[in-house]
Design a protein around this ligand. Structure first.
Ligand code: DLL
Length: 442
């Protein structure tokens, strides 16, 4: 893939700035953000007063550690607009994330916020390889989810031709993809895997019918193995991007297509910390911990030290692509999505990793947890590939044994494997549901 520097870096002034310049900018913006939040949001003032910290106490970047955290609970307590720093008439847009329980998390944007967010996305999109010559099909849901509209405006700013299909309606997705000649696909990785399967079923050929070059995938955990599968099946170069509603949506970080070794963080507009989720102490660079983020640009909804609950590791080593910004590894999972099976911690991505390394599996799987007496049992249901489906019974038994062995050595846990027929597990059009916990239902 040949790309020139100018073509794949949207804002070199910030994306390639030296780290001292970034730090100076961060400190100025942090001081402004803290003063603004203290003056405008009673909940922040109360928390800071309780912690005995005033805006004037923030003199260095390290002083950020004296500030109280903001958590999902703070959003719940102030539902819907209690953390907002501007009156509703100054908002241009509201989004929300549904979550699994309770009230949705509500986020809002002023005109300036929407402009900054769009710039953040333009950077991420450019890093992922997309230019004004691309036809970009957005298969993220449009609506309260930040994915659809967020990517939409970012792609328009880059100058790409946007095809706003939204999620679902796979026939239409494939019709537009082939007839319009879409060159970029924007979706969750699990939906991309599903589209790939459906394209194959319909006999669509790469190069003749499907002309995709770029895949911009995010909003859920996925693995390198899954990236390999999607790239091969759709003939594209896939990059990972990460964000969350509370941080503004997508745009916090994204991989460069040139190197694909960690997601570049927009550090002039965010401060990151990685902490041990239990002790709250910073971990060393490169070690996995919980990501804590302070956005430095949000006028409608400033947030101090947000506990994302996502686990990642960060490096500040420069990237061969030319960017100087810190990079985060793939998110292993959320601390609250971690399964504890007979005392062993398991993230669904660890299982995906094993499945994707093994021939004969498809990218569609489900983890089923049951309680057998007082013991929790984890069973992995995985669809086998079409080619294996036509083979002998012994080939299936071999695969089942191989997977059980590999899962045991990767996790130190006996996990039952159930091979299921192709196209039998439920497909998701947005974020995949990988876990079926039957313990509560029993
Ligand atoms: O998922 C924002 C987004 C939209 C990101 C489009 C990327 C692309 P929420 O719905 O608030 O926002 O969900 C945020 O999703 O805390 C992570 O647990 C998970 N997540 C998001 N991106 C990734 C990723 C959007 N690349 C939650 N890898 C976050 C792993 C991700 N998990």
């Amino acid at each position: 893939m040949t790309m020139t520097m100018a073509e794949h870096i949207w804002d070199p002034a910030w994306e390639c700035a030296d780290r001292a310049t970034i730090a100076t900018q961060q400190l100025t913006r942090l001081q402004e953000t803290v003063a603004y939040s203290y003056a405008r949001v009673p909940a922040y003032r109360a928390k800071m007063d309780a912690a005995g910290v005033r805006p004037a106490d923030i003199r260095t970047l390290e002083d950020i550690r004296t500030l109280p955290f903001t958590t999902k609970q703070d959003f719940r307590d102030s539902y819907p607009f209690g953390l907002f720093a501007v009156p509703p008439q100054e908002l241009l847009r509201i989004h929300s994330s549904s979550g699994t329980t309770g009230k949705p998390t509500v986020v809002g944007y002023t005109r300036r916020d929407l402009d900054t967010w769009t710039e953040l996305l333009a950077r991420m999109i450019t890093a992922a390889g997309v230019t004004d010559r691309d036809i970009a099909q957005i298969s993220f849901g449009y609506g309260m989810f930040t994915g659809g509209f967020g990517l939409h405006y970012g792609l328009e700013r880059v100058g790409a031709t946007v095809v706003p299909v939204s999620s679902g309606n796979t026939d239409r997705q494939l019709l537009y993809m082939t007839d319009f000649g879409s060159t970029a696909l924007i979706s969750t990785p699990s939906y991309a895997a599903y589209l790939a399967e459906q394209a194959k079923d319909r006999g669509l050929a790469l190069g003749t019918d499907i002309h995709l070059k770029w895949g911009l995938f995010g909003a859920e955990p996925w693995t390198e193995g899954m990236r390999g599968r999607i790239q091969t099946a759709l003939g594209l170069s896939a990059t990972d991007n990460y964000g969350m509603s509370e941080l503004g949506g997508p745009g916090f970080s994204g991989e460069c297509a040139a190197v694909k070794d960690g997601m570049h963080i927009a550090e002039d507009l965010y401060i990151w910390e990685v902490l041990d989720p239990v002790t709250g102490m910073p971990v060393s660079e490169g070690e996995i911990g919980e990501l804590i983020v302070t956005p430095l640009w949000k006028e409608a909804l400033p947030i101090l030290r947000y506990r994302t609950r996502d686990l990642t590791a960060i490096t500040t080593a420069p990237c061969p692509c030319g960017r100087t910004t810190a990079r985060m590894t793939r998110v292993t999972g959320r601390t609250d999505d971690m399964l504890i099976i007979r005392g062993v911690n398991v993230f669904p991505t660890q299982i995906e990793h094993v499945l994707m390394q093994t021939e004969g599996t498809s990218p569609h799987y489900l983890l089923v947890i049951t309680r057998d007496g007082s013991l929790d049992t984890l069973e992995v249901w995985v669809e086998i590939s079409e080619s294996l489906f036509n083979q002998s019974m012994s080939a299936l038994t071999d695969l089942q044994k191989l997977l059980a062995k590999r899962l045991h050595s990767a996790l130190g846990l006996s996990i039952k494997v159930k091979l299921v027929e192709p196209q039998t597990l439920e497909r998701s059009q947005g974020k995949a549901k990988r876990v079926l916990d039957k313990r509560t239902a029993e």
